[in-house]
Design a protein around this ligand. Structure first.
Ligand SMILES: Nc1nc2c(ncn2[C@@H]2O[C@H](COP(=O)(O)OP(=O)(O)OP(=O)(O)O)[C@@H](O)[C@H]2O)c(=O)[nH]1
Ligand SMILES: [Mg+2]
Length: 171
């Protein structure tokens, strides 16, 4: 089993992406509660190419520092195309660098809100700059919409497949 942390700024769509991956790849989605009212972690286990992948995220920023230990097999960085990289994005990249977790793909989310592709180009350049400041190069960028893909809009489902492809590469 490969453990893949879904990371990024608050509200950039991490949990939505996990639900969508779960739906498209017929996974088993689970929520782990911190207390009766608060979800700590959402995860889904899927099969792809003869391997099992567990995608998971935490509900609060700080939980990543508390819960990741570097034994994870990779990460997906989620960045809302509408916002670009924010503080939580930077924290995620720093944590991956410090723990030696490889970011296997950057998912540019909420792209349905951005009509102009060139604006997404600019946001991607910001993310690339952030990654290269931390010595990370050549990470695939995938554009999409976790929400629309999750709702079954077929044009958007491809992006989700590309994330899983990128994660599965080079193991
Ligand atoms: N328009 C749009 N909204 C999205 C998309 N993906 C997620 N959202 C919305 O963005 C909000 C935050 O999504 P979450 O998946 O909860 O984000 P998160 O990163 O898990 O947030 P935290 O757990 O609080 O850090 C929700 O209202 C989602 O419905 C998308 O592709 N497009
Ligand atoms: Mg969440």
């Amino acid at each position: 089993m490969k453990n893949i942390a879904v990371m990024g700024h608050i509200d950039h769509g991490k949990t939505t992406l996990i639900s969508t991956i779960s739906r498209i790849f017929e996974g088993e989605k689970k929520e782990i509660y911190k207390n009766p009212e608060t979800i700590l972690r959402t995860e889904t286990e899927i099969e792809f190419g003869g391997e099992t992948y567990l995608f998971f995220d935490y509900e609060e920023d700080s939980s990543y520092e508390e819960n990741l230990d570097g034994t994870e097999d990779g990460a997906v960085l989620v960045v809302a195309a509408t916002d670009g990289p924010l503080m939580g994005t930077e924290k995620a990249v720093e944590l991956c660098e410090n723990l030696g977790i490889k970011i296997k793909a950057v998912f540019m989310n909420s792209c349905e809100w951005v009509d102009d592709e060139e604006l997404i180009d600019l946001v991607e350049m910001d993310v690339e700059e952030l990654l290269s400041e931390h010595g990370m190069e050549d990470i695939p960028f995938i554009r999409g919409s976790a929400r629309l893909a999750g709702m079954g809009y077929s044009g958007w489902e491809d992006g989700i497949g590309k994330i899983v492809d990128a994660v599965a590469e080079h193991f």
